[in-house]
Ligand binder design. Structure first.
Ligand SMILES: [Zn+2]
Length: 348
């Protein structure tokens, strides 16, 4: 693949620089890349006053493609790491992937930084030269959304739940500061939260040519902006972070809402399911049993603690402990989940 490759530095700190792609929706050759580079850089630079371009070139970029596997015909997935975000892992923590139709490609979640997104694009180009027309965001969390600027720069439609633009906008400063401090200033170049008005909502389906992806908005569960996807052709269901495996679930919406959504989904017919974390393909509905078991235990133990008159600070020392051995990153997430569950359930 030939791409326009820019090396940019922070205008406020010229020692912090990064090399990134400025791709087009269609694959270009060397001559086409060079013929359009000047205009594209001019437009791009107007939106990025915080960055100074120190080098530009049309070339085959030196990017290691993300490892991906084809879990069903034309559906390629990458498994995120069970880690907290660091400069080394670049926020490569969520399961992300892409679906290839006859005319176009849809990317499902953007990864936790611009670098992860560019590595996903390199993986896409090993499989297909079709245009990447859509990026579907399953919800707002930074490990799923931070790479979105790449697809925006390509001219793809960014598609999400109707609550996502407001949710992202209200958290933009916190995500840029807190998540940014975890992955570091260099990884954060072009990894800022995208503008709310660049996100399309309300789409029920995406036509990739001979293949329709159906989108369903979920009531408040893992977050207040969870979007599910279903591919008719292969019977593949994407649950986003409505299903965690291996990685301790993270509760950022409603524990009763989340359990209700899973209860309601149990009779849904699917050949396989893609969770937001853990193996990239699980049997359905059995693949949701682990997260359902965890949430049920947390809800039950929280209700018992509230009934005994325990304060929040006492309850969170033990709620969920029965589940500890079943999950990775338990200490990083369980206490926060117990706090969220207590705050919700004390008003029942
Ligand atoms: Zn999430």
């Amino acid at each position: 693949m030939i791409e326009l490759v820019l090396t940019v530095c922070l205008t406020t700190d010229p020692a912090i620089c990064a090399t990134h792609l400025l791709p087009q929706v269609a694959v270009v050759n060397q001559i086409e890349c060079e013929a359009t580079a000047g205009v594209r850089i001019e437009v791009w630079q107007k939106q990025h006053h915080d960055l100074t371009i120190v080098n530009r070139d049309c070339k085959s970029p030196d990017i290691a493609p993300l490892p991906v596997i084809e879990i069903a015909d034309g559906i390629w997935m990458h498994k995120g790491l069970n880690e907290i975000p660091t400069p080394q892992n670049a926020g490569d923590l969520a399961n992300i992937g892409f679906v290839v139709g006859q005319d176009a490609i849809a990317v499902i979640d953007a990864g936790g930084s611009r670098d992860v997104a560019e590595r996903l694009l390199a993986a896409i180009r090993q499989v297909s030269n079709l245009p990447v027309k859509y990026l579907v965001l399953t919800h707002m969390h930074p490990d799923h959304t931070t790479g979105a600027s790449l697809f925006l720069d390509m001219g793809a439609h960014i598609v999400a739940h109707e609550n996502l633009p407001a949710a992202l906008a209200s958290r933009a400063m916190t995500y840029d500061a807190n998540y940014g401090s975890l992955i570091g200033a260099q990884r954060m170049i072009l990894s800022n939260v995208i503008a709310a008005d660049s996100i399309k909502t309300g789409l029920m389906e995406i036509d990739l040519g001979g293949r329709i992806l159906h989108l369903t908005q979920t009531p408040t569960a893992h977050t207040d902006n969870d979007l599910r996807l279903f591919d008719d052709l292969t019977g593949t269901l994407w649950m986003g972070d409505l299903v965690f495996a291996e990685h301790t679930p993270a509760l950022d919406g409603s524990i009763t809402g989340w359990l209700a959504v899973l209860d309601e989904m149990r009779d849904f017919k699917a050949a396989r399911m893609v969770p937001g974390h853990g193996p990239v393909s699980l049997p359905w509905p059995e693949g949701m049993d682990a997260v359902y078991g965890y949430l049920s235990a947390v809800a039950q133990e929280t209700r018992a603690a509230i009934k005994r008159g325990e304060s929040l600070s006492v309850a969170i020392t033990h709620v969920g402990e029965s589940q500890r051995d079943k999950w990775l990153l338990f200490d990083e997430f369980n206490a926060r989940n117990a706090t969220a569950a207590y705050t919700e359930l004390e008003w029942e």
